[in-house]
Design a protein. Sequence first.
Lengths: 316, 285
Amino acid sequence: MKFKTLLMLAALVLFLALPQLITVKYYLHLCILALIWVIMAQGQNLIQGYTGYVSIVQAGFMGIGAYSSALMGSHFGLPVGMTIILAPLVTAVFALVAGYPSLRVKGHYFAIVTLAFNMVIFIVLLNFTHLTNGEAGISGIHKPGYGRGAMIDFYDRQVYYYFVLAIAVLMTTLAAVIVRSRIGQILLAIRQNEDLVASVGVAAWRYKLFAFVISAMFAGLAGALYAHYQSFINPEIFGVAQSMDAILAVIIGGSGTLTGPVIGAFFVVFLPEYLRFADSFRLILYGLILVLATIFMPRGIVGLARDLGTRFGGRK
Amino acid sequence: MTEILQQIINGIAIGGVYVLIALGLTIVFGILGIAHFAHGSVSMFGGYLTFFLAAQHGIPLALAITIALITGMVLGVLIELLAYRPVRHANHINAFIVALGLTMMVEGANLQFFGAEQIVIPTGATRVFSIGGVTLPELRLYVILAAAALIAAMTIFVEKTKTGQAIRAVAENRDAAILMGINVQMIPLVVFAISTALGVAAGVMVGSLFAIAPGVGEGLVVKGFAVLILGGLGSIPGAVVGGIVLGVTEALAAGFISSAYKDVIAFVVMIAVLLLRPQGLMGRA
C-alpha cells in the first residue's frame, strides 16, 4: 500500500513537471489531448471495466459535450467556465434517454445498441446543419476566461495543460470514490454475476443506468475540454472509431483498474503518432495490437506489471 | 399508392441483403455466443474481391463470385481458428473486443488492397420491368430471388441435414453434444464457413445494387444486429421478418421523410421494438 502511494506521488510529480521537461511544443499538445483522453477512459472504464458492459457510444457523448458547451457559449453568451460545467449535465440527459432502452439487452447486444446510438449522434451532428454547421464544424470557440481580462491566460498551452491536468486528477479521484463506494461494489458484483445481484433484491438496472450516465458525463466533460482547447470541432472525431479508441484505452491500460485508463489514454494518443511511418497499414496494425493484447494480455499493462511485480518482488 | 409500392419493393431488396447478413450473425452467435462484429467488413471483402476479379481481370462474374465465396469461407475458418478460438474460455467481453480488432484489421486490409474509391460491381443486368407503374429493375429481382434461395437453402441445411442437426445440438447443449459424439472442434469451423459465405453473397449484392466503400461494412453489420434485435435473437423466421421490416422502413423513410436520416429512423424503430417488445417481433416472451 505504501509503495503504491509512493508510486502515485511520483506520477503526480512527473505530470506536474512534464511541461518543463518537454521542449517540443507538439508533444505538449499531445499530452493535453492525452489528459483529455484520461477523462474519457476513466468514464469508459466505469461502464466497461467495472460494470462489464462494453459501451460503444463514448465518442458520441464526447461530441454532445463538445457541441453543447460550444453552442451554449455562442447562443446564450454563457461564460466558458459555466458551459464546461453544464456540458456533462446536458450529456447526462441524452445518456438517460439512450441508456434506458439500451440496458434492456445484455452483453454483445448492449454494445451494438450503443453503437447504433453513436451512429445516430454522428448522423445528426452531420446533418442538423442549422445548429451544428454540419461537416464544416464550429470554429472560433472561446477559451476559458474569454473577454474578462483574466489573470490566467488559457491561450497559453502550459496553462491549459495544468487546467486539464487538475480536472483529470479530480475525475480520476471521483472514479476512485465511486468504485470504492457501495455503488461501486454493486457494479463489480454486476460484472461478476448479474443474476445473483438481482436475486438478493438489488435493482441492478438502476446501478447499470447510473454507471452508464456517469460514464457519459465523463465523456461530455472531456468533449467540452476538447472543444475549448482546439477552438474547432466537427463531427469527424466523434464517430464510432473514436469510441473504439476509448475501449482500446481501457483494455490496453488494464480494465477494472484506476491506473489502467491513464496509461491507456496516453497509449491511444501517442501510438498513432508513432505508427505514422506505417501509413496505410496503421489500421491493420492497430487492430492487430488490439487482438493480440486481448488474447495474450487480457488484464492490460497494469495487469502485466502486477504479475511481474509479484514474480520478482514477491509483493502482492 | 404506386410510390408506396415502389418503395416497398426497393425495401424488400435491401431487406434481403440484411437478412443474409443477420443469418450469418445469428448462426455464429448461436454456436459460439459471440457477436461477430467483423462480419460486415469480411462481407465487403468478398464484394471487393468479386469486383477485383470481374471488373479488373475480366473473369466471368459467376466464376468471380464463386472464387470470392470460397476465399471468404477460408477466411472465415481462419478467423475462427486464429482469433476467436484463443479467447473462447475467457470472458465474453474479450471475444467482442477481438471482434472489434478484427474489424479494424479487415477494414484496413480492404483499404490497402482495394483503395478508398467506391466501387460498383458491373453485372450487365440493366433491363427494367414495369408492372402497372411500379418499376422493377432486373438486378433487384435477381437479388431478391437469390436472397430467397439462399435463405431457403440455409433453412433446409440447418433443419434437415446431419451437419445441420449437429450445429443445432451444439447450440442447444454443448456438453450433451460432446457425449453424442459430435466433433465440437469442427462445428465452429463449419459455422464460420457458412456464415462468411452468406456474408460474401450479401457483399456481392451490395456491391452490385449500390456501391462498396470504406465504412459500408460496419454500417451493414450494425443493421444485421438491428435485424436480430428486431426479429428476436436466434430465430431464423425472426431474422427474415426483421430484415424485411428494417429494409422496408428504411426505404419508406428515405422516400417520404428524409434520405439523410433514414438510418436514424431505422434505429428508432429498433429502439422502439426494444422498449415495447424486448424479446423481438417473433421471439417468445
